[in-house]
Ligand binder design. Structure first.
Ligand code: HEC
Ligand code: HEC
Ligand code: HEC
Ligand code: HEC
Ligand code: HEC
Ligand code: HEC
Length: 439
């Protein structure tokens, strides 16, 4: 099947794909919700690998170049990052870049890309600080490994997690984790008109299914799954087929411009619909907090979310209460509604908070890729205060070291996607209180 596609798409490919320097290189998209031009990922020097042959797994390669004949990059993850790393000097968020280049972290600068999933360069940021515990000075720490999914991409210096041997509460091997563990590189999962997913080529993918501007599927046209995420039956090749997904991709819609700094009332809203927690469970069993399609927000809790503006300020209203630091699922697969909700604060879209029956999910508290805090949480859950004396805590802001936690205030601010400190209270507590304000 793939071979047939190779022939068809190969013919259509008059223009060679050059590893990119900027987003203008792909005015017409690259994956477009499905399988992109082969030579964007597979090197021309050698033909694409035969179906059934075992693909290069970086963990297996005796030499780091062993996979080179097959991929444009040193391994599959590096191949993705050739296009998905911001080019050197690109410090402001832009397009589909999900990692800041190493050069731009020099001198202690924070990662600069602000997609909903987050910037993988946070994995390179390790912090230590002196902390006082019952009179004893100890070393507080927040190692880079804790800040995200440690993807293997040797060419870009990303290595697997050394402390988690498998996915916590799961079996997926950490030394086989990369982009294609979650995303299908060939984008075969497609959303049909009835909202179900298929990998059959009978109904072709016509576009990305992730965006507010995406078309709607119909009887003869399918869309790519949300963010090319893999679904039922997917067996990440890099894991040697030891893992098989049993949940389909989630229902969600991102705004067209999703990689941006967030101003005071300008949160980037991905309209999460349903099935995200169920999808994460392909690799993790959930921990203690209720989460998923059935973890519904009660009327009383919705009221708390909607009233909550900041610690001590419960004067908010539903129409402006959405926070991208505490997103939720609306409990729907109605894409007309999801497309209406997705947006950027004041620009368009909708910042409505939840109503009763909508639900909490893994991404309420976590990011999917990486971020500034341990356990990839959206805010620092290891500190009582996330804003101290009106400023983002940092070694340079006058905050005590156990609150600054080894960061600079600029790093802390970036980890909150550049929103101003005055979007919070002068002494702001953690955001569990968006739903549990009374605690
Ligand atoms: C976005 C990057 C990307 C594009 C575009 C791409 N491939 Fe692949 N391909 C991969 C990766 C990565 C693997 C390794 C297996 C894996 O990780 O799933 C792979 C593996 C393969 C394999 C081995 C069997 C398999 O499915 O695992 C074949 C055959 C193949 N690709 C053919 C193609 C053809 C033909 C095209 C163009 C029509 C294409 N690929 C486009 C990334 C890509
Ligand atoms: C040759 C450049 C290139 C390579 C290589 C590449 N991408 Fe992309 N990717 C793009 C561009 C351009 C976009 C935005 C337009 C689009 O989706 O077609 C994008 C978008 C995406 C999206 C969002 C798609 C959507 O529909 O929402 C995902 C997810 C993604 N890429 C994952 C990957 C993964 C995983 C790999 C490696 C297996 C990879 N990309 C390799 C250029 C590339
Ligand atoms: C653990 C699973 C996982 C891994 C590993 C992973 N992704 Fe993602 N990715 C996701 C999910 C889930 C989303 C949707 C996030 C959201 O909307 O909140 C996403 C979103 C994206 C997007 C859209 C922009 C964004 O951040 O929302 C791109 C592009 C992308 N991924 C590329 C990559 C590349 C390239 C890699 C490897 C370097 C990678 N992903 C590794 C799960 C993963
Ligand atoms: C209400 C917020 C919340 C929700 C919802 C949530 N988590 Fe967590 N999760 C946390 C916090 C906070 C931690 C950090 C706990 C710690 O380190 O003490 C954490 C830790 C983790 C860890 C690391 C555990 C370890 O032992 O290292 C994993 C993995 C994880 N969560 C996965 C998930 C998945 C998957 C889901 C959805 C099925 C989910 N979480 C839902 C808040 C949440
Ligand atoms: C393909 C398998 C896979 C999927 C799908 C997956 N994860 Fe993971 N996750 C892992 C592995 C492996 C680790 C351990 C390695 C690491 O931490 O980098 C991990 C680690 C984590 C951690 C702990 C990070 C740390 O170091 O403290 C959290 C939190 C987490 N995942 C949340 C999620 C959430 C939320 C989703 C859904 C959006 C998700 N995962 C989907 C494989 C997966
Ligand atoms: C988006 C809303 C939301 C956020 C944010 C949230 N929770 Fe919850 N929490 C819920 C819901 C819904 C329940 C289910 C029970 C209920 O309705 O009280 C719950 C229940 C709980 C429970 C009772 C456990 C149980 O098994 O019933 C604890 C403890 C808890 N949350 C702690 C936390 C902590 C700690 C955080 C921050 C890391 C947090 N919550 C963030 C919505 C939220």
């Amino acid at each position: 099947m793939i071979k047939k596609l190779f022939v068809i798409i190969g013919l259509a490919l008059a223009v060679p794909v050059v590893p990119c320097l900027g987003i203008d290189q792909f005015p017409n998209g690259f994956h477009n919700g499905g399988i992109g031009p082969c030579e964007g990922c597979h090197s021309k020097a050698q033909k694409a690998p035969e179906t059934g042959s075992s693909p290069a797994a970086p963990g297996d390669s005796p030499s780091p170049d062993a996979g080179r004949g097959m991929f444009n990059g040193q391994d599959s993850g590096s191949t993705c990052l050739i296009c998905h790393t911001a080019p050197k000097g690109q410090k402001v968020p832009s397009g589909y870049f999900v990692a800041t280049s190493n050069d731009d972290l020099a001198g202690g600068l924070p990662p600069g890309q602000m997609t909903p999933g987050g910037d993988f360069a946070w994995l390179r940021k390790s912090y230590r600080w002196p902390t006082q515990d019952s009179g004893t000075v100890k070393d507080g720490q927040s190692p880079g490994d804790r800040h995200g999914h440690n993807i293997i991409a040797a060419q870009f210096g990303y290595n697997y997690d050394f402390s988690n041997v498998t996915a916590p509460n799961g079996d997926y091997p950490s030394d086989r984790l990369t982009c294609t563990s979650c995303h299908d590189p060939h984008g075969s999962y497609r959303r049909l008109a009835d909202g179900s997913f298929s990998t059959s080529g009978a109904i072709p993918i016509i576009a990305s299914g992730s965006l507010k501007s995406s078309p709607m599927p119909d009887a003869n046209h399918a869309l790519g799954s949300y963010r090319l995420l893999a679904g039922k039956g997917y067996s990440p090749a890099i894991a040697g087929s030891s893992v098989v997904f049993n949940a389909d991709p989630p229902a969600a819609v991102a705004p067209d411009k999703y990689n941006r700094a967030e101003s005071k009332h300008g949160d980037t809203r991905v309209a999460y619909g349903s099935d995200m927690s169920e999808w994460c469970r392909n690799c993790h069993q959930p921990h203690s907090h209720p989460t998923g399609n059935k973890a519904q927000i009660s009327a009383a809790m919705a009221k708390e979310y909607n009233s909550y503006i900041a610690s001590g300020d419960m004067n908010g209203s539903r129409t402006t209460s959405y926070s991208s630091l505490v997103p939720f699922e609306v409990g729907s697969k109605d894409y007309t509604e999801l497309k209406r909700l997705a947006g950027n604060g004041g620009e368009y879209g909708d910042l409505n908070g939840p109503s009763a029956g909508e639900n909490i999910m893994c991404l309420t508290c976590h990011r999917a890729h990486a971020g500034g805090w341990d356990a990839i949480t959206r805010w620092n859950t290891k500190s009582e205060l996330i804003v101290y004396d009106g400023k983002f805590p940092g070694s340079d802001s006058g905050a005590p070291s156990y609150i600054a936690q080894g960061r600079t205030s600029a790093e802390t601010r970036k980890a909150y996607y550049d929103r101003p400190a005055d979007s919070f209270a002068v002494y702001q507590r953690g955001l569990c209180s968006k739903c549990h304000a009374k605690d």
